[in-house]
Design a protein around this ligand. Structure first.
Ligand SMILES: [Zn+2]
Length: 398
C-alpha cells in the first residue's frame, strides 16, 4: 500500500489515512479518550474503524508502534468478534431497546477480564431513542475506569448533541474508487479490471465491492436489479418486477450471509487455534455460541439491508442516466452499461429522471418504516414506466 507501513489492524480501511493516523496515535497513549464517535457514509467502514481501533487498544505487543499486530491472541479474538472485553452492539430492530442499553451500561461497570480496556462499540448509534441516549449519556459522563465507548453513526448530526459533545469525533470519508480497487488487488489478490468494476459498481463500499468481485452470483443479482428499470414497459409489469426485486434481494441476502458467516466461523476457529474440521472442545464452545448468536441477529436484518443496497444501486443507475442527459462527462457507476443507458437517457427527460430518483428515495424511506415491501416497490416501479407511457396519462403523479 503506502510507504509508511501500517499495522495489519488498519489494512482494511481503504483511503482513510487521516483517521488511521489519528486512531493509531491514540492507541499508543496510556489513557486515550474514553468516548469516540465514528461517522461516515455507509460503506466508509465506520464500524470496521472502531473494531480496528479496539484491536489496536487491546493488542499485546510491547512496541506501541506495532499495536494492532494482527498476530497476537488479543488481535485475533477482537477481529473474530470473541474478545471478552470487546462488546459489539448491533440491533436487528429499527431502534435500540432501552433495556439493551441498560444491560450494556451494567456490563461497563465490570473491570476488564483479560484485556487492558473494556470496550463497547455501538453500531448505528443513530438508532437510539432519546430515552436510551439519555441513559447512555450518564455512563459516558461518569465513565468507569478503563472503559471506552465507541459510537458509530452516519453523521454527527444523527446523534444527540449532548452525546456528541462528549465524544472525540473520527470522520471517515467515502474512499476513492481507485483506493477500493487497490485494496481488492493488494489484499485479496483479485484481478485489477474486475476490482475496478466492483469498486465502481459498489460506489466505493468496500464490503460490497469485495463481494461483487469475488462472487459471480452476486454480480448477476446486481445486474438483475439495475436492469429492472430498463425492462418495464407497461403498468402490468410493475407488480411482477416489484416481486422479482424482492426475490432477487432475498436470494442475495441469503447467499451473502452464508458466505460471511462461514468466513467468520473459520476466522474464529483460527483464533482459537483449531483446524477447520476439528471438534470444538467444550470449554471453547461459548465462543462459537456467541458468534452464532450475533450472526442470527444480523441475518434478521440482512434482507432489509440488502434491499436497501438495491435501492442505492437503482439510485446510482438513474444518476448515471441524469449524467448522460446533462452531458456532465462524469464517470458512470454503471460504466459497463453506458450504451444501454445512453439510449434510455435519450428516450426520457431529465425532469423524469429526477422524479425517478425521488421515487427511489421515497420507497427507501417507506421500506425503513412499516410499509410492506411489495407495496412500496410497486409504487416505485410505476415511476419507472417509460416517458411515452407516462406522457399519455396527464395528471398522474410520477
Ligand atoms: Zn496484536
Amino acid at each position: 500500500m503506502s510507504a509508511t507501513a501500517v499495522a495489519p489492524a488498519w489494512a482494511e480501511l481503504a483511503g482513510q489515512e487521516a483517521a488511521v493516523g489519528q486512531l493509531s496515535r491514540a492507541a499508543t497513549m496510556d489513557s486515550p479518550t474514553h468516548a469516540w464517535l465514528f461517522t461516515g457514509p455507509p460503506g466508509s467502514g465506520r464500524s470496521n474503524a472502531a473494531r480496528a481501533f479496539a484491536q489496536a487498544l487491546q493488542c499485546e505487543v510491547t512496541d506501541p508502534a506495532q499495536r494492532g499486530c494482527g498476530q497476537c491472541h488479543a488481535c485475533l479474538t477482537v477481529h473474530a468478534g470473541t474478545h471478552a472485553d470487546v462488546k459489539v452492539m448491533a440491533t436487528e430492530n429499527v431502534t435500540y431497546k432501552i433495556d439493551e442499553i441498560r444491560e450494556l451500561i451494567s456490563l461497563a461497570q465490570d473491570r476488564p477480564s483479560s484485556g487492558r480496556w473494556r470496550i463497547f462499540i455501538i453500531e448505528d448509534a443513530d438508532r437510539m431513542t432519546e430515552r436510551a441516549t439519555n441513559v447512555l449519556l450518564k455512563a459516558i459522563e461518569e465513565p468507569p475506569a478503563r472503559t471506552i465507548w465507541m459510537l458509530c453513526a452516519p453523521s454527527p448530526a444523527d446523534v444527540l448533541v449532548t452525546i456528541r459533545s462528549r465524544c472525540r469525533p473520527v470522520g471517515l470519508r467515502i474512499p476513492s474508487v481507485q483506493s477500493v480497487a487497490d485494496l481488492l488487488v493488494d489484499r485479496d489478490g483479485l484481478d485489477p479490471a474486475l476490482a475496478l468494476f466492483a469498486a465502481r459498481a459498489s460506489q466505493s463500499h468496500v464490503g460490497m465491492a469485495r463481494r461483487l468481485a469475488r462472487d459471480e452470483g452476486a454480480r448477476q443479482r446486481r445486474e438483475a436489479v439495475v436492469h429492472l428499470p430498463l425492462r418495464i414497459q407497461a403498468t402490468s409489469d410493475a407488480v411482477a418486477l416489484a416481486k422479482e426485486l424482492v426475490e432477487v434481494t432475498q436470494e442475495e441476502a441469503k447467499s451473502s450471509a452464508e458466505v460471511r458467516n462461514a468466513e467468520e466461523k473459520a476466522g474464529l476457529l483460527r483464533a482459537l487455534g483449531l483446524g477447520e474440521d476439528e471438534k470444538v472442545p467444550p470449554k471453547l464452545r461459548h465462543h462459537v455460541k456467541r458468534l452464532e448468536d450475533s450472526q442470527t441477529a444480523r441475518n434478521k436484518r440482512s434482507v432489509h439491508d440488502t434491499l436497501d443496497r438495491a435501492m442505492i444501486d437503482l439510485t446510482g443507475l438513474f444518476r448515471d442516466v441524469l449524467a448522460l442527459q446533462l452531458g456532465t462527462g462524469a464517470e458512470l457507476v454503471n460504466e459497463h452499461l453506458r450504451d444501454d443507458l445512453g439510449s434510455y437517457a435519450h428516450g426520457a427527460t431529465a425532469e423524469r429522471t429526477v422524479a425517478r430518483i425521488d421515487a427511489v428515495a421515497t420507497a427507501r424511506r417507506r421500506l425503513s418504516g412499516n410499509v410492506p415491501p411489495l407495496l412500496a416497490l410497486e409504487a416505485m416501479m410505476m415511476s419507472f414506466l417509460p416517458d411515452r407511457i407516462l406522457d399519455r396519462r396527464p395528471g398522474e403523479q410520477v
